[in-house]
Design a protein around this ligand. Structure first.
Ligand SMILES: NC(=O)c1ccc[n+]([C@@H]2O[C@H](COP(=O)([O-])OP(=O)(O)OC[C@H]3O[C@@H](n4cnc5c(N)ncnc54)[C@H](O)[C@@H]3O)[C@@H](O)[C@H]2O)c1
Length: 253
C-alpha cells in the first residue's frame, strides 16, 4: 500500500537512492535537503530546523507514515554535531506528533560503522544531555573523532528513546542503521586518494560485498520503515558487508 515518506539528505547519495527506490514502488516521498528538495532547509541551525518541520508538515497535508533521516555531514568541526545529531533529533521530535497519527509509523536514522571506533566521550555525553554548544566545542578538541562521536550519540539516542512511551508507546518503530563504506559524494575525496582508500579499507573490511553502492542501502531502509516491520525497534543494524563482525568479533551479539 502506498505510504508517505520523508527522506532527508535526499539530494545526494543514500537519500537520493532511497527516494528513487521508494518512488519506483509508488510511495509518496517528501524530500528535504539544503538544495534540490521539496523542503529546502538547513538542519544545522534552530531557524533551519523550525523551517524544516513547518515545511514537512505543510507538504505532508496531514499524512506522514515514515521518516528516513539521511542528511549528514563529515566535516571535521563542531558543525558535524549540529547537523548529524541535533538537526536530526529536532526534526524527528518536530514531526513525531504527525507521525503518531499513522497506522504504522516508522523512523530510521543513519548512524555508521564508525560507532565501533573511538569517540570523544565529552561530545557524546553533551549530545545526550541536549547541550549543543558543549557538544560542538568538545568535537573541536579532536576533529578527526567528531564524526564518529556524532554517530555514536545518535545510536545511543535511538537505544534510549525507542522503547519510551512517546515512541514505542505511540506505535513508532525507531531504528538506526550503521553502514560500512558506501560510495557517495561524502567520501569520494577519500576514495580517490590512495592513502585514504587504504585507510578506509584496512579500518572497515567488507568481506561479503566490498564497498556498497547507495542502492544497496535503500532496500534495508525501506524494510525497516515498512508496515511489515512490526517488531524491530531500538536497534542499530550494521549494513556493512561483515565489518562489524570482523572488528568486534563474537563478544557482541
Ligand atoms: N557514505 C558512507 O560511507 C557512509 C557511511 C556511514 C554513514 N553514512 C551516513 O549516511 C548518510 C547519507 O550520507 P551519504 O553518504 O549519502 O552522503 P552525501 O553527502 O551524498 O549526502 C548527504 C546529504 O545530506 C545533506 N545535508 C548535509 N548537511 C545538511 C544540512 N545542514 N541540512 C540539510 N541537509 C544537509 C547534503 O546536502 C547531502 O545531500 C549520512 O548521515 C552519512 O553520515 C555514510
Amino acid at each position: 500500500m502506498p505510504r508517505t515518506y520523508l527522506v532527508t539528505g535526499a539530494a545526494s547519495g543514500i537519500g537520493f537512492a532511497t527516494t528513487q527506490y521508494l518512488r519506483d514502488r509508488d510511495h509518496r516521498v517528501i524530500t528535504l535537503d539544503l538544495h534540490d528538495a521539496d523542503v529546502v532547509a538547513d538542519l544545522a541551525t534552530a531557524d533551519g530546523r523550525a523551517a524544516a518541520v513547518a515545511g514537512v508538515i505543510d507538504h505532508a497535508g496531514g499524512a506522514l507514515d515514515a521518516v528516513i533521516a539521511c542528511a549528514g555531514t563529515a566535516v571535521m568541526t563542531g558543525l558535524v554535531m549540529r547537523v548529524n545529531y541535533f538537526g536530526t533529533i529536532a526534526l524527528l521530535e518536530g514531526v513525531r506528533p504527525l507521525l503518531a497519527t499513522s497506522d504504522s509509523p516508522r523512523v530510521v536514522v543513519i548512524s555508521s560503522i564508525g560507532v565501533v571506533f573511538t569517540a570523544i566521550d565529552a561530545a557524546v555525553e553533551a549530545c545526550l544531555a541536549s547541550d549543543e554548544e558543549a557538544a560542538a566545542a568538545a568535537a573541536e578538541t579532536n576533529p578527526i573523532l567528531a564524526y564518529p562521536s556524532s554517530k555514536r550519540a545518535l545510536a545511543r539516542w535511538v537505544r534510549r528513546t525507542a522503547p519510551t512511551s512517546d515512541w514505542a508507546g505511540a506505535g513508532i518503530a525507531l531504528n538506526a542503521i550503521g553502514p560500512g563504506t558506501v560510495e557517495t559524494p561524502m567520501i569520494q575525496e577519500l576514495l580517490d586518494d590512495p592513502a585514504g582508500l587504504a585507510m578506509i579499507d584496512s579500518g572497515v573490511p567488507m568481506p561479503l560485498s566490498g564497498h556498497a553502492q547507495p542502492g544497496q542501502i535503500a532496500p534495508v531502509l525501506a524494510f525497516l520503515t515498512s508496515e511489515e516491520n512490526t517488531l524491530i525497534t531500538g536497534q542499530v543494524l550494521f549494513v556493512d558487508g561483515g565489518a562489524d563482525a570482523l572488528i568486534r568479533g563474537d563478544d557482541i551479539w
